[in-house]
Design a protein around this ligand. Structure first.
Ligand SMILES: *[C@@H]1O[C@H](CO)[C@@H](O)[C@H](O)[C@H]1NC(C)=O
Ligand SMILES: *[C@@H]1O[C@H](CO)[C@@H](O)[C@H](O)[C@H]1NC(C)=O
Ligand SMILES: *[C@@H]1O[C@H](CO)[C@@H](O)[C@H](O)[C@H]1NC(C)=O
Ligand SMILES: *[C@@H]1O[C@H](CO)[C@@H](O)[C@H](O)[C@H]1NC(C)=O
Length: 256
């Protein structure tokens, strides 16, 4: 938005952009995205045009004679992906990273777009991988949490719900973040996230041994099972005790 305002201030050629409705949307790769407008009768009679990108390349038109026209766009990037509906809204199916950018809708007689969409497409995230780092020793657990080939994400270590450390990248890259512990004393997680989604990996005892006084329940959430086992055991002990008493009573009676 700020960028557009700046453009408005400094560029006469883009003055048409100023005063348009501006919408920002974040979507996931593979989604079908609706660029929603509701054109007036006057706009329909005039005919509308959707354009895309810095050069405002035409991608579809709804002409005055009610004809729908679709263009493939640069390198055919919009081939078979576009659908206009009767409100003038544009649907982009199976959207990809390369479709990120600005979409403009204007009428045939006025070049100035009446609505602009800033669409940011985010990738599906891989689950992070936790491994022993090379600096692992008998005394310390040194872990490395890594993800391959990601962009516009943050990778973070959490102890319970509190953030321990975090790194962010914007360009495509392989990233990792380390964690050094003496032993496992809480539930640790490594989380990758972008503005709309996240993936989590839990640190377990295969990679780091737990501290002597760290309750097992916390990690395996076996509290319920344990409770059931205890209940069954106490019941068995109770039954056994009653049986012993009854047996004892009977044998004494038989002796008499
Ligand atoms: C569009 O949205 C993205 C992500 O939020 C942002 O980085 C970019 O600056 C926006 N572009 C404009 C022109 O506002
Ligand atoms: C579009 O606008 C017209 C009149 O302004 C209204 O009757 C109609 O319900 C709207 N359609 C949608 C899908 O919002
Ligand atoms: C991950 O996403 C879920 C669901 O969208 C959300 O509830 C949770 O807070 C997110 N976690 C982090 C660490 O961003
Ligand atoms: C990580 O290192 C610890 C200590 O050296 C070792 O016990 C454990 O098996 C290693 N785990 C993996 C997954 O390599």
């Amino acid at each position: 938005m700020f960028a557009v305002i700046l453009l408005c201030l400094f560029s006469w050629s883009l003055q048409g952009v100023c005063g348009s409705v501006f919408v920002s949307e974040s979507v996931m790769e593979g989604d079908s995205v609706l660029l929603s407008v509701n054109i007036t009768e006057a706009q329909r009679r005039d005919g509308i045009m959707w354009t895309y990108g810095p050069n405002s390349i035409p991608i579809s038109k709804l002409k005055a004679d009610n004809k729908y026209i679709y263009y493939n766009g640069p390198d055919g990037m919009f081939r078979d992906r576009l659908k206009l509906n009767e409100t003038g809204s544009l649907i982009i199916t199976d959207i990809r990273i390369k479709h990120s950018g600005l979409y403009y809708i204007s009428t045939t007689s006025q070049e100035k777009p009446f609505k602009i969409f800033n669409i940011t497409v985010y990738t599906l995230l891989p689950v992070p991988v936790i491994s022993n780092s090379s600096s692992n020793s008998v005394l310390y657990c040194s872990m490395l949490c890594s993800v391959m080939n990601v962009a516009h994400v943050s990778l973070s270590w959490y102890k319970g719900k509190s953030l321990l450390s975090s790194i962010s990248v914007s360009e495509h890259s392989n990233i990792n973040i380390s964690l050094h512990l003496k032993c496992l004393d809480d539930s640790y997680t490594c989380v990758i996230n972008n503005p709309i989604t996240n993936q989590t990996q839990h640190l377990n005892t295969d990679v780091c041994h737990k501290c002597p006084d760290f309750s097992e329940n916390f990690i395996c959430k076996c509290g319920f099972t344990e409770a059931v086992i205890r209940l069954v055991l106490s019941a068995l002990v109770g039954v056994a005790a009653v049986a012993v008493v009854v047996y004892d009573f009977r044998s004494r009676r038989d002796e008499q």
